[in-house]
Design a binder for this molecule. Structure first.
Ligand code: FAD
Length: 275
């Protein structure tokens, strides 16, 4: 099997703060990491390769420093990695990003037929969860989003079955290969890297692909190919906490106090009468 993982370098959001003046992210001093959902995707890809044989390729689109996450992917067990980097990619929205990633998958498919593309469910910075489905649409293949578990892959019958997370449960989906899957965090727990793979990852030469090497249409790349414009960014105002009623030893007293307070609130009484 040839499995391709699409990986994004993201700021470690546990450390990101918002500038209250400009309402933009303060990126200075913030560490960049492999998107956690994508790390899970790499682990799942490596497990499938261990089960069925084949190769795991990993790709990221980003500036030169994004190669750090490709080294992480090598350390986690990926066989080959590619950095998509070109000034023409800058300012890409999810439409242009998915086009660029699709061109890379197409190029990899030319080297060895691609069976499965794995993405994270979402990136923890952009958070749109649009990139994976965008790539699947361009590939014309099935998209298996919010994947919690891969039940099985049958490379001979060219079929996959997965467990997909729903708001209040799950569903099982079966699809033909090639397919694109987006990973939930519970899909797989990433392994500890072995020393040999860690050394290999540090020594590896990372190939860089630009727009021309993928035969990409420059009109569809970066800012030029991005119909989305960000008009404003702001932090939502924190909501005032509601009243608290201390239960103490007598919880029924707290409940009656809460009910009395609700009925004293004219807005609440009005809403209740309407229903
Ligand atoms: C108008 C506009 C301008 C923008 N300009 C810039 C800019 O100048 N510079 C910039 O860095 N960002 C820019 N962005 C953000 C950029 O569009 C998104 O980061 C990108 O399209 C991915 O979307 P997302 O972060 O929501 O990822 P999601 O769709 O939430 O990611 C889902 C999955 O897709 C895959 N994926 C996503 N992005 C990549 C990637 N780059 N490489 C490989 N795999 C990936 C990963 O598997 C990830 O888990 C801009 C966005 C907009 C709307």
């Amino acid at each position: 099997m040839h499995i391709v993982c699409l990986l994004k370098q993201v700021p470690d959001t546990a450390e990101v703060r918002i500038d209250p003046e400009t309402n933009t992210l303060i990126r200075a001093g913030v560490e960049s990491i492999l998107n956690p959902y994508d790390m899970v995707a790499v682990e799942q890809a490596v497990r499938l390769r261990e089960q069925h044989g084949g190769m795991v390729s990993a790709v990221t689109m980003g500036p030169p420093q994004a190669e750090a996450i490709l080294r992480d992917a090598l350390a986690l067990g990926a066989d080959q990695v590619y950095l998509l980097s070109d000034r023409a990619f800058a300012g890409a929205d999810t439409l242009a990003t998915s086009y660029t990633l699709f061109k890379a998958v197409q190029k990899l498919d030319g080297q060895q037929a691609v069976d499965l593309v794995l993405c994270g469910k979402q990136a923890i910075d952009g958070d749109t969860a649009q990139t994976g489905p965008g790539v699947a649409t361009r590939m014309g293949c099935s998209q298996l989003t919010y994947c919690q578990e891969v039940d099985w892959v049958d490379p001979k019958a060219r079929t996959i079955q997965i467990k997909r997370k729903l708001r209040d449960g799950f569903e099982r989906l079966r699809a033909g290969l090639p397919a694109l899957l987006t990973a939930e965090l519970e899909l797989a727990t990433p392994r500890r890297c072995s020393l040999p793979s860690l050394i290999r990852s540090l020594q590896a030469e990372i190939p860089v692909w630009d727009a021309d090497s993928m035969g990409a249409d420059r009109e569809l790349l970066g800012l030029k190919g991005s119909p989305t414009w960000v008009q404003a960014i702001f932090s939502p105002q924190p909501k005032e906490p509601g009243p608290q009623f201390q239960a103490g030893e007598d919880s029924s007293r707290a409940v009656s106090e809460a009910l009395e307070a609700l009925f004293r609130d004219e807005d609440f009484a009005e809403k209740l009468l309407k229903h």
